[in-house]
Design a protein around this ligand. Structure first.
Ligand SMILES: Cc1ncc(COP(=O)(O)O)c(C=O)c1O
Length: 383
């Protein structure tokens, strides 16, 4: 039996998502911009999908833009807001542990002449609010912070961050990368004070290649993609109808009984963590109990996380050593920012859980880790 514990990298699409997509790739294939009945019918279905998704964020449907995923949403809002404000405001702020789609957008803008501030984090992966306050400037136009970190699962205090920004200047756009929190935490954009938000389909049992960008009414930005004026001119290109409808189906299923699903993932995470701590020597838990329900990052000292990953792979157990996009590059940037020892850095493994994981898997996972660890540690001479 295979055990999939890499749900932060991607999730298995729900069966109903695939069925929905197939129907929009076969029977309902028409262009939603077409003027005849079949086209209008699809346009109506997209409208309903947009409304249903908006509701889960406490947003209005005209504040949702469909994109190709979290990466595009992050690029679009960061570059779009910065470039729109370029003539007057040239300063933007983010943090050190952001996803590369945020950080590299910042570095692209720096090359275009923007001033960027990249805030450091404490040992838990949190920015210092006072440091943020003193970084804010008269010419700051955007702050972008992730809600949940994809490697360690720390939850940022978005409400406090928003308060700090807005009490300095209401006009600064506050963007939140919610790719790892949407569908894992219950929140609305109003209660957290969010102006713009990115989320992605494939992290919530939806399809890859579809995502969304929430942008509060009144927030102005320059579109990255010009063309036929779809998505109210903010993201041109014929709509990814199957992707949008698949995403809406995933959202519908996920948010039905979400609280129970979150509790279940938390229970799985804690049981796995406790068993690892109780039964294995030389481990360091890099995630915190008040972190997100689905991520557990653990360092197995004296080994390379990558080696353990490949041993587990032979048992049909999928884990990762960091984020999927840096899975093939050594040394996690996020864990380095937390100032972990070299040993802890090298031995880090991320277990990421979904509602589809079965509690019965835990014993097998821990048993396999114990067996492999003792072999690897014997070879590496770890005492
Ligand atoms: C925090 C975070 N932001 C953005 C992304 C990028 O999303 P996508 O894969 O949809 O482009 C990811 C995906 O790993 C992520 O974890």
């Amino acid at each position: 039996m295979s055990i999939y514990l890499d749900n932060s990298a991607t999730t298995r699409p729900y069966k109903e998502v695939i069925e929905t997509m197939v129907s929009f790739l076969s029977e309902d294939f028409q262009n939603p911009s077409a003027a005849y009945r079949d086209g209008l019918n699809i346009e109506r279905k997209i409208k309903k999908a947009r409304e249903d998704i908006a509701k889960t964020l406490g947003a209005r449907s005209d504040e949702i833009i469909f994109t190709s995923g979290g990466t595009e949403s992050n690029n679009q809002i960061i570059k779009g807001v910065a470039r729109y404000n370029k003539a007057r405001k040239k300063h933007i702020i983010t943090s050190q542990i952001e996803h590369p789609s945020v950080l590299n957008s910042f570095y692209d803008l720096e090359r275009e002449g923007f001033d960027i501030t990249v805030l450091g984090v404490d040992k838990k992966g949190r920015i210092d609010i006072d440091e943020l306050k003193s970084a804010l400037r008269e010419d700051t136009c955007l702050v972008s912070m992730m809600h949940v970190n994809n490697e360690i699962g720390v939850i940022a205090d978005i409400k406090e961050i928003s308060k700090a920004i807005k009490s300095f200047n209401e006009d600064i756009v506050f963007h939140v990368d919610a790719v790892q929190s949407y569908g894992k935490l219950r929140f609305t954009v109003d209660e957290l004070g969010i102006d713009a938000l990115s989320a992605s389909g494939h992290k919530i049992h939806g399809p890859k290649g579809i995502g969304l960008l929430y942008v509060r009414r009144g927030v102005e930005f320059s579109p990255l993609i010009s063309g036929g004026g779809q998505e109210r001119g903010l993201r041109s290109g014929t709509e990814n109808v199957a992707g949008i409808m698949g995403l809406a189906k995933a959202v519908e299923i996920l948010f039905n009984g979400l609280d129970e699903k979150i509790e279940y993932m938390k229970k799985y995470r804690d049981t796995l963590k406790n068993k690892i701590v109780d039964e294995i020597d030389g481990v360091r838990i890099n995630s915190f109990d008040d972190g997100v329900c689905h991520i557990l990052n653990v360092s197995f000292l004296g080994i390379k996380g990558e080696v353990l990953l490949h041993f587990l792979e032979n048992d049909d157990i999928s884990v990762s050593t960091g984020s999927a996009c840096s899975a093939k590059k050594p040394g996690s940037r996020v864990l380095k920012a937390l100032k972990l020892s070299d040993d802890a850095l090298e031995g880090a493994v991320r277990f990421s859980i979904s509602e589809e994981n079965n509690m019965d898997e835990i014993d097998e996972v821990v048993e396999k880790i114990k067996t492999h660890l003792s072999r690897i540690r014997k070879i590496s001479g770890y005492k």
